[in-house]
Ligand binder design. Structure first.
Ligand code: DGY
Length: 322
């Protein structure tokens, strides 16, 4: 009998076709997120799951899925997985690193430029019919070129963001749990600094850390007050890395000039105060969303699932003890 797998949300047809070569596939192509109870019910007889970041894979779920051997996330982030619970239950957990770095870095730059140069704010104003003509002081923004870019979290995506800063002749500083090798620092033209220096010197601070208890509110009220007055904050990493309420206060007070945000606490129910602020650029968690990249992410997750259930050795295993 072929192993049974569940695809929890809409994917591309080629992903389903590929999985169907190996498995009996059940899929939720309606694309309405499954509730925890529905997920448990549909996973009860499954050997594997292709999941997304809205699916919580934790101890209560796993207790109801005795056959489950693999949960393969279509994302590089995996904060929807309780890895300890997966390991205890012998469930292999995987993610999709690598395939989305460049697209996510490109989008980070879209947020940096849109925020510094007030692109969405001025467009909304123009669309509202308010433009009566050119003015010298219209929508004065901040220069990106020659500014200091601070990067918190210098993994693959942070490094890709750094490399793109060269074209803007920027000074690039970074902070990371581990300092990079001299060779990688050189290739990124980035200098390692402590957290305090990063906050104090960055004109634009962009976040590329994964979300975990250790990075919860890593940018909170205290850190925001330590940032350079008039700085810009960019978050295309994960909601929860920033204390959104504290950020809203800083944006209202004007201690920060602006923020560009692709991710939020409690997505998709972001703090409604963000919608009232003009100095934020808000996008709906789409940093990796290009046609090519989202197809690659889905296929990488499917390849992980096939490898997990056929060889027990998926390429992007997050919990080897499982
Ligand atoms: C990821 O890969 O973690 C992204 O946030 C998914 O959009």
């Amino acid at each position: 009998m072929r192993p049974k797998v569940l695809v929890t949300r809409e994917v591309f047809q080629e992903t389903l076709d590929y999985l169907a070569r190996f498995f009996e596939v059940e899929s939720n192509q309606s694309d309405v997120p499954l509730t925890p109870a529905q997920l448990a019910e549909r996973l009860a007889d499954k050997d594997g799951a292709l999941t997304v970041l809205t699916d919580r894979v934790d101890a209560p779920l796993l207790a109801q899925c005795p056959k489950l051997k693999a949960a393969c996330n279509i994302a590089v982030g995996f904060n929807n997985f309780d890895l300890k619970a997966c390991t205890e239950r012998g469930v292999m957990a995987t993610n999709t690193p690598g395939v989305l770095d460049a697209s996510t870095a490109d989008f980070t730059w879209a947020l940096i430029l849109a925020t510094a140069r007030r692109v969405t704010e001025s467009e909304a104003w123009l669309r509202a019919g308010q433009w009566s003509g050119w003015r010298l002081k219209q929508f004065l923004g901040a220069d990106v070129h020659h500014a200091t870019l601070g990067i918190l979290g210098m993994g693959r995506i942070g490094q890709a963001v750094a490399r793109r800063a060269r074209g803007f002749d920027m000074t690039v500083l970074y902070h990371n749990t581990r300092r990079l090798s001299a060779e990688v620092e050189k290739s990124c033209h980035a200098a390692y600094v402590g957290m305090d220096e990063l906050l104090a010197r960055s004109d634009i601070l962009t976040l590329h850390v994964p979300y975990s208890p250790a990075t919860h509110h890593v940018i909170g009220a205290k850190e925001l007050t330590r940032m350079k007055p008039g700085a810009i904050l960019i978050n295309a990493a994960r909601g929860g890395v920033v204390d959104d309420a504290a950020l809203i206060e800083a944006l209202k007070r004007g201690t920060l000039a602006a923020a560009g945000l692709d991710v939020f606490e409690n997505e998709p129910r972001l703090n409604p105060e963000f919608l009232q602020l003009k100095n934020v650029v808000l996008t709906p968690h789409i940093a990796s969303s290009t046609e090519v990249t989202r197809r690659k992410m889905a296929m990488t997750a499917a390849e992980n699932l096939v490898a997990a259930l056929t060889t027990g050795k998926p390429p992007n295993l997050l919990n080897p003890p499982a």
